[in-house]
Design a binder for this molecule. Structure first.
Ligand SMILES: [Zn+2]
Ligand SMILES: [Zn+2]
Length: 359
């Protein structure tokens, strides 16, 4: 298990006043020595690389750097990021290309998309923009132009591994040429020898129904295309669902609050209600109570595993008027008397005077 990381300045051999460029080149220098591609299978080197990476990530982030300078709060071992060259591909590509190392980049690309509640519930087609690394067109991902046999393996692509207790030493892949047996004569200029290009691309994605907020949706084969690999990785699209004015999601059901008047609740009526599929009518039965929940069948989010959809649940609120005309006041008063309730004991003129004083 990785332990806590030491002083990032010490790790990178830097002065506390080091500037951005110094930090970067110190990291490059250090990381190039212990880069996992140069030491396949060497756990110590990998660990060291991750430490350097963590130290670099810390010092490169001005907020975290300030926090560290003030409080000494650094990086916990648990926080150590995985070796992911995709994250700082640009920083490394020219350098690694130049020393003949191809980085083992992760091939998953990432994007975020914002969907409305309707779009997420019913599914939609939406364009997604993201940075994608693809093979360089000029060198077709080779990183260089013109090929000559690899010196390390004499063009065989394989070398004899290990030192000899045993007469038989198994052959392993030549890491200098990645088993190709050939290396480019000169570096490709457009991609600085990395064999890759980073481009902003836009992709039309068909999102299925029933996606949830913060969920990741994978699109096959639309991620980064690392040189020397035949298939690109996947694209991970993070779903962000916007707020709806009236509706909120509750699993596969959708909820909303509906204010109605006392006569509507008492006598029953039909009202128009906003749903995921547009407006729909809802029958309010006579004698509907405040807090009662009416169910609109099948107007929720389509189920993912079984057929059908959730429902829309309508939470009934009964509006009590705060301002009334003379006629309304007398009608309510009359109704109250009819119900046998005690209403408006104060003489009307007194109430009015009070209102004038305080409102
Ligand atoms: Zn190129
Ligand atoms: Zn070789």
């Amino acid at each position: 298990m990785p332990g806590p990381v030491d002083d990032p300045y010490v790790l990178l051999g830097l002065d506390r006043s080091a500037g951005e460029a110094e930090i970067r080149s110190a990291f490059r220098r250090g990381a190039a020595k212990v880069h996992p591609d140069l030491h396949p299978g060497d756990e110590g080197a990998q660990r060291r690389f991750r430490e350097l990476n963590a130290a670099y990530q810390l010092l490169n982030d001005s907020k975290r750097r300030r926090r560290y300078d003030m409080w000494g709060i650094g990086v916990d071992g648990d926080e150590l990021p995985e070796v992911d060259l995709g994250g700082f591909g640009d920083l490394f590509s020219d350098f690694l290309g130049a020393v003949g190392v191809r980085s083992a980049r992760t091939s998953r690309a990432r994007a975020t998309v914002e969907l409305s509640l309707q779009e997420a519930a019913t599914g939609c087609k939406k364009s997604v923009s993201y940075d994608r690394q693809t093979e360089c067109d000029s060198c077709e991902g080779r990183g260089g132009i013109g090929l000559s046999p690899c010196n390390a393996c004499r063009g065989r692509g394989k070398i004899r591994g290990g030192k000899g207790l045993f007469r038989f030493r198994p052959e392993r892949r030549c890491e200098k040429c990645r088993g190709r047996g050939q290396k480019p004569k000169s570096l490709c200029t457009p991609c600085a020898g990395s064999g890759q290009h980073k481009r902003r691309v836009t992709l039309e994605v068909d999102f299925p129904s029933g996606l949830e907020d913060a969920q990741s949706y994978a699109v096959k084969g639309e991620g980064h295309h690392a040189p020397g690999t035949s298939t690109p990785g996947d694209l991970d699209v993070r779903i962000k669902i916007g707020e709806h004015e009236f509706l909120s999601r509750d699993g596969d059901n959708v909820r909303c609050a509906l204010p109605i008047s006392f006569p509507q609740a008492a006598l029953g009526t039909t009202v128009e209600v906003e749903t995921l599929q547009g407006r729909a009518s809802l029958k309010i039965p006579p004698g509907t109570q405040p807090g009662q929940v009416l169910r609109m069948k099948g107007l929720g989010v389509p189920h993912r595993v079984r057929a059908g959809s959730g429902d829309q649940l309508v939470d009934i609120r009964v509006r009590v008027p705060t301002e009334m005309t003379e006629t309304e006041l007398s009608l309510v008063e009359e109704l109250g008397r009819e119900f046998g309730d005690e209403v408006r004991q104060e003489p009307r003129t007194f109430v009015r005077r009070l209102k004038r004083l305080f409102l």
